[in-house]
Design a protein around this ligand. Sequence first.
Ligand SMILES: NC(=O)c1ccc[n+]([C@@H]2O[C@H](COP(=O)([O-])OP(=O)(O)OC[C@H]3O[C@@H](n4cnc5c(N)ncnc54)[C@H](OP(=O)(O)O)[C@@H]3O)[C@@H](O)[C@H]2O)c1
Length: 338
Amino acid sequence: MYAISIREPGGPEVLEWVEHPDPEPGPGEVIVEVVASAVNRADILQRQGKYPPPKGASEIPGLECSGRVAATGSGVADWAVGDTVCALLAGGGYAERVAVPAAQLLPVPDGVSLTDAGGLPEVACTVWSNLAMTGQLRSGETLLVHGGTGGIGTHAIQVGKAMGARVIATAGSPERLQTCLDLGADAAIDYHDDLPSEVAKATDDRGVDVILDNMGASGLKANLAALAVGGRLVIIGLMGGAKTEINLGTLLSRRLSVGATTLRGREVGGPDGKGAIVAAVRGDLWPLVDQGLVRPVVAERIPVAEAARAHARLDEGGVVGKLVLVVREEQDVHTEDS
Ligand SMILES: NC(=O)c1ccc[n+]([C@@H]2O[C@H](COP(=O)([O-])OP(=O)(O)OC[C@H]3O[C@@H](n4cnc5c(N)ncnc54)[C@H](OP(=O)(O)O)[C@@H]3O)[C@@H](O)[C@H]2O)c1
């Protein structure tokens, strides 16, 4: 099969579409013939040599895909050859075929093309596990989504609204603030402005209940100041660094909590494993997608052999939603922007 190799750590030009051995299904795994994958920020870090794949995972980049089941390993009862699926991966999505634990497969939601489904599992599993599970977001609460126009942010705004929360999003330009509002955010804040005072204005001085944070260290102090009493900060990205100081007194007096999670390195099994997250997404989030309350936001569909161009676009910034990498052309893309 053909797949993307990272020739050496470096810029987008190190990505090459070259021949690889075909994957074989292990026990409990299926082989997916890939229709589409998508670019995630972690792929950029992996390409730069800063984020090696977890032990046992494929060296080929790609944390998600859509496609058709081409073969099943022993012990797989719920999926059959020919099923259309999308999947959360530990790697290997930028390829014609990938082996994936059956517990990480999802059906393609109603109204979503098989191609665009290739960009859904990673954002869906990240957003659902962090808002519903770690952040314990409840209907009627206020959610702050940082980076509201990014792959994660565009999804989190919609999921937060569908969960019954009031949603405030941050972005870096007037056009992108408008995009957040168009996606359903109730208010939008320029991330160059003073966050605590803007949040205070937007919440009658109360603060927000949950923050989904992509920045880490650079935003920690402001995020804690923007939380309401009992608020939960959930850090999923370190685009603003990993090390900073924290005044623990702030947490004690206002009963704040800080959580931080990653998806990729988790085990498949267990109560916090990928299988449990995928099951929760299928049971609780997929019905919201089926109803059209949450839609994939696709910035561009790019042939996978041009993955270098896709990485260069994400490197430049300003992408709204996801860059989908098309591995096999389908006649199924029927979204408004196509
Ligand atoms: N922990 C996990 O399991 C997990 C899983 C998936 C992703 N992530 C992480 O989540 C983060 C977002 O991922 P993504 O795929 O959505 O990336 P993305 O599509 O590249 O989006 C990044 C976003 O960050 C925004 N941003 C830039 N500077 C900012 C600032 N100072 N304050 C607030 N926002 C700022 C950008 O906004 P503008 O375009 O307006 O500048 C953009 O919307 C990344 O750090 C990624 O590694 C973590």
